[in-house]
Design a protein around this ligand. Structure first.
Ligand SMILES: NC(=O)c1ccc[n+]([C@@H]2O[C@H](COP(=O)([O-])OP(=O)(O)OC[C@H]3O[C@@H](n4cnc5c(N)ncnc54)[C@H](OP(=O)(O)O)[C@@H]3O)[C@@H](O)[C@H]2O)c1
Length: 261
């Protein structure tokens, strides 16, 4: 599988480079970075601490994707529509883990999926997929007598909030109880909580890779469903599994649940 990495110099981009390099069936053929990135023009292997791989990072999207079967994207929401346009034109399958996509970027995913296989997931781990399934089941079984709240913790450099995974978990809860309404924070004289509200909180600090807890508060008891990521390789590995899955598949939208069976 010939792989290009979009957001190649970022935390996730470099984690992908390290895991891809260790996989004999994967060849890194391109790395795309942002315009003005100090890593532009440098060998992606050297940036990832692997020694030279003969692949130089470039802000030029078309040349960065040249010859790739699949591009893996962990970048910035604003950059995603352009990536999708170029990938669709150059017939490169797309695995995207970038979070906080706006409506235009979500439409761009659908448009690209008319030409190439496209998989977007706010969390590439098997554990979070199973957590979402557990949340939906628990919220359905417990019903109105339980209050649902979600807390996520990430490192101090994360730029969006709440996390894409927290939004995914909120969606899982809403799949069971459609009336649940997401709120973000409580401050001042807000009154007692209603049955419908579901607060989603983001805590930021240090180097936390990603913790998510869904609280189900009942009378005299509570359930806490927690997932903790202890390595970025978790997401990088999931993205590579997804990339292999997409190779040779027909053009359409795929989900991480498709990959995990
Ligand atoms: N789905 C998952 O499982 C999962 C897991 C972890 C993270 N994420 C998400 O993945 C994204 C990246 O996370 P991260 O921790 O790797 O962030 P990061 O370290 O900031 O990396 C993002 C990289 O993308 C680059 N970039 C920005 N605009 C670009 C463009 N137009 N072309 C090419 N590269 C561009 C950034 O460059 P500059 O710094 O120069 O802007 C940066 O190097 C975030 O949205 C995060 O929430 C998802």
């Amino acid at each position: 599988m010939k792989l290009a990495i979009f957001g190649a110099t970022g935390r996730m981009g470099l984690a992908i480079a390290r895991l891809a390099h260790a996989a004999p069936e994967v060849q890194i053929v391109g790395g795309v970075c942002a315009d003005g990135d100090p890593g532009a023009g440098r060998d992606i292997g050297e940036l990832a601490g692997l020694g030279s791989l003969g692949v130089v990072t470039t802000p030029d999207l078309a040349s960065g994707l040249l010859g790739a079967d699949v591009v893996i994207d962990f970048s910035n929401a604003r950059a995603v529509p352009q990536l999708l346009n170029v990938a669709a034109r150059q017939k490169v399958a797309v695995v995207s883990g970038t979070t906080n996509l706006d409506e235009a970027a979500k439409k761009a995913l659908d448009r690209a999926a008319q030409s190439v296989p496209v998989l977007w997931a706010p969390n590439m781990s098997m554990g979070v997929q199973v957590l979402a399934e557990l949340v939906e089941q628990a919220v359905r079984r417990l019903g109105l007598g339980f209050d649902v709240e979600i807390a996520e913790i990430h490192h101090r450099k994360k730029v969006d909030s709440p996390s894409g995974t927290a939004k995914r978990l909120a969606e899982a809860a809403r799949a069971a109880r459609g009336e649940l309404r997401e709120i973000h924070g409580r401050s001042g004289d807000v009154g007692a909580r209603t049955n419908e509200e579901m607060a989603v909180y983001g805590l930021r600090g240090g180097d936390v890779i990603g913790d998510h807890t869904v609280y189900l508060f009942g009378q005299g008891e509570r359930i806490e469903l927690t997932h903790r990521a202890s390595s970025r390789d978790l997401f990088a590995h999931g993205a590579l599994v997804a990339a292999r899955y997409l190779s040779g598949k027909p053009a359409k939208r795929y989900t991480i649940a498709d990959v995990l069976g």
